[in-house]
Design a protein around this ligand. Sequence first.
Ligand code: ISJ
Length: 362
Amino acid sequence: MSDGWQTKLSELRVQIDAIDQDILRLLAQRAQVAEQVGQHKAATQAPVFRPEREAQVIARLRERNPGPLHGEHIETIFREIMSACRALEQRMFVAYLGPAGTFSEQAVFKHFGQSVELVPCATIDEVFRAVAAGTADFGVVPVENSTEGVVNRTLDLFLESPLLISGEIALPIHHNVLTQSGTMQGVQKVCAHQQALAQCNSWLNQHYPQLERVAVASNAEAARLASLDATVAGIAGEQAAARYNLQFVARHVQDDPHNRTRFAVIGQHQAEPSGQDHTSLILSVANKAGAVHALLAPLAKHQVSMTRFESRPARTGSWEYYFFMDIEGHQAQPQVQAALAELQQEAAYCKVLGSYPVKTLS
Ligand SMILES: C=C(O[C@@H]1C=C(C(=O)O)C=C[C@H]1O)C(=O)O
């Protein structure tokens, strides 16, 4: 390195150190203000986590971002700042489908940041139970995958549960083939969660048609098994690869390159309007002609758009269905309220699961 560049580098680093000092001072100031907000919330028994406020903070910062940092990186940085500020107000426990290293865990971090207490659960049922019992403040459960469709167990549990949806998380899902050595030498079987095996079906058929496929409880469990046994390949995400010290045989082997999973955040509190929200409902109709059409009429009348519509058999033995519907807007908005009131008249059953800020995939 030339002396000239060495001097320039030292100068630039002095500048960075001074800027970091300013950032640190501002972060401390921000944290002190958040502590004051926390004291006020404690005095009024208001909920600490305010998803609508966090969504607004992120949206505003992305809008005003002058560059050169990417918007999604601005989001990641500020998500962590808010997570750390929130942790000063209260320790927050979040239940999710474990073990550590699953996509559900990644979804938790994406929504709440790293400054939360993790409560890994063995099943989706357990996540609902932990939140209902107050062991966890919030839960994160998978709702649908773009390749494999809805997660039936989650939808069934929404039917029975009094918990509310206060957020959604969209996560790109990339699967990788992982082994101890980074090759397939000596590998006799490939382990993965049943959904991951299905999502990588064509790739496996094409590259390893003879390999035995074994469904296990989670992709993190598949990675753990591969870390213990050189004859096992695991299919899992990058976090699990790092956690279990595995090497990549092949990356992004899911059949759909845009594969993603949507998660719901469940809890006891309703999010306030953020200005860009969705509302989730469960409905059922009497078994008569035109009943489903009649359900949709109030939405059209009040100009409320539907963004998702799924049906599930009601499990009552007869041919009846429940419909899971997402609509645009928050239930506190007049046109949504009017549409919901009319829907409730039409439907044999109608339950509002919650309104929450919209998340786009980033
Ligand atoms: C500081 C607050 O509490 C939490 C932390 C936030 C933040 O750090 O910006 C925002 C919303 C809340 O989840 C607040 O409600 O304003």
